[in-house]
Design a binder for this molecule. Structure first.
Ligand code: EPU
Length: 447
């Protein structure tokens, strides 16, 4: 298994472009299952999650051609409608084929995703939403089986104990595009990835209004065509790179930065004393160029993760790492996945002073972190350990970075291009005893 060896203490400096969004691309790839013509998705980074989704799509009968960051997908009428556990267990987001398969073939069999490192992650809201459209749902051998001769539009409420559901909204919105009549999703997820999916579906001939708000209206149609769609920039990668600049006293310019999607994060960065400066006004909507600079004299802040437009849970670990260097006590509250704190004990090994009670962590600022061997256990937690390594004194090794590779394309090369000192190496060769190569340690489970 690959690991990173990070020599900390370098100030990041330079210019870098933000890649396309993994979390937008995954449901958009699934939506291609409903198209009668070729779907061209542009700007997809070559991530292991994208590869896993492409593998699943191929198994479902979709022909896929990749040309650099572009993907062309063609699905035939006689494709398969069974997403097997072998693939679903490698990537939870496979659940987003459920709605498209059901809409296209009138039936779908999708292995029920299990929990993952960041929480239980049920799919009850997905199922309830599809049932409201007339699907009959049963469980068989760990698989969800959904059937409907013709889906019918309805009012669907998708609010749950932790807010709405992003992929649940994607599933119901996709299914409703081919349903008979009008569907109204109440308490829909407002995340930008849902708006981007709606833009893509509308370019395929769907009629969706209100995406990006809690009420989405979908007028069903009988057929969707192919499309050519550029995936939005990845707001979580963008936020991680901004924090990388801040935590190293850096001076980094980020192109294709989705500023409008990160206002809650920029607000908290500025509250700590990080400077975020917009350099242009002329970029396409949703993209701009910003400069992030910091002297790392940081003020402590409070923040709480919330559904969009609140502070994203996917940047909680990275922001917590930055706050380790603040001059005082910060308070971090996680309201989406209350157990998403696997990074806490690893950061503590580097000298962080973190006190957790339930879904809240008090971060007592320290003068320095010290390099140590640490282990990644989930995607965003891994990113936070890399950030800690950049700012720590001495050498940090982050093992099991296959978690990181799911959502960050060549992060070490990107950061090295800004002056970081990160080496990727094969940890098995150096330490076979402590990292047994079992299947379970290789299987990824988040996102
Ligand atoms: N929930 C339910 N019932 C459901 C679905 C969700 O109770 O049927 C709960 C979840 O347990 C959680 C909350 O609702 O407490 C929100 O979960 P959501 O369904 O919105 O998560 P998701 O759609 O499975 C996506 C992202 C996650 C991101 C969350 C929240 C993708 C592929 N994944 O997951 O991204 O954390 O939304 O914003 O889009 C990541 O990229 O690292 C990642 C985990």
């Amino acid at each position: 298994m690959d690991a990173f060896r990070i020599t900390g203490g370098t100030r990041l400096n330079g210019r870098i472009r933000v890649d396309g969004s993994k979390n937008a691309a995954l449901p958009e790839m699934a939506a291609a299952l409903m198209a009668k013509g070729p779907v061209q998705l542009r700007g997809l980074p070559a991530l292991s999650d994208i590869d896993n989704m492409a593998r699943l799509m191929a198994e479902l009968g979709c022909q896929i051609e990749r040309d650099g960051q572009d993907l062309r997908m063609v699905t035939s009428d006689d494709g398969s409608w069974h997403a097997r556990y072998d693939i679903v267990r490698t990537m939870r987001a496979s659940i987003c084929v459920l709605g498209p398969l059901l809409a296209r073939y009138g039936q779908a069999r999708v292995a029920m995703p299990g929990g993952c490192a960041i929480g239980d992650r049920p799919v009850d809201l997905h199922l309830r939403g599809l049932e409201a459209l007339g699907a009959r749902i049963e469980l068989d051998g760990g698989d969800i089986i959904a059937r409907a001769d013709r889906l019918r539009g309805n009012t669907v409420f998708l609010g749950g104990p932790f807010g709405s559901t992003v992929l649940g909204t994607a599933n119901v919105m996709c299914a409703a595009t081919l349903a008979e009549g009008v569907t109204v999703i109440e308490s829909a997820a407002c995340e930008p990835e849902i708006s981007d999916l709606a833009v893509m579906l509308n370019s395929m001939g769907a009629s969706i209004t209100g995406a990006g708000t809690p009420r989405i209206t979908i007028r069903g149609c009988t057929e969707l065509s192919g499309c050519d769609h550029r995936v939005m920039p990845d707001r979580i990668v963008a936020g991680t790179l901004a924090i990388a600049s801040a935590i190293t006293n850096g001076d980094v310019t980020l192109e294709d930065f989705p500023l409008d999607h990160l206002l809650a994060v920029v607000d908290r960065l500025q509250a700590t004393g990080v400077r975020v400066q917009r350099l242009d006004e002329l970029e396409p909507p949703g993209r701009c160029t910003i400069k992030v600079t910091s002297e790392r004299r940081l003020k402590p802040v409070l923040f709480t993760t919330q559904p969009y437009p609140g502070f994203p849970t996917d940047l909680q670990a990275q922001m917590m790492t930055l706050l380790c260097f603040a001059d005082g006590n910060s308070i971090v509250t996680e309201k989406i996945f209350p157990d998403r704190f696997l990074h806490v004990s690893e950061l503590t090994r580097m000298g962080a002073q973190l006190y957790r009670q339930g879904g809240t962590v008090v971060v007592q600022g320290v003068n320095r972190l010290v390099g140590a061997p640490v282990m990644a256990s989930d995607l965003r937690g891994s990113a936070s350990l890399v950030l800690a390594g950049l700012a720590a004194e001495g050498t940090t090794t982050v093992s099991r970075i296959y978690h990181l590779d799911r959502g960050y394309k060549d992060l070490e090369l990107q950061l090295n291009s800004l002056g970081a000192d990160i080496e990727r190496f094969n940890a098995d060769a150096e330490d076979t005893a402590e990292t047994p190569k079992t299947e379970s340690t290789r299987t990824s489970s988040a996102t």
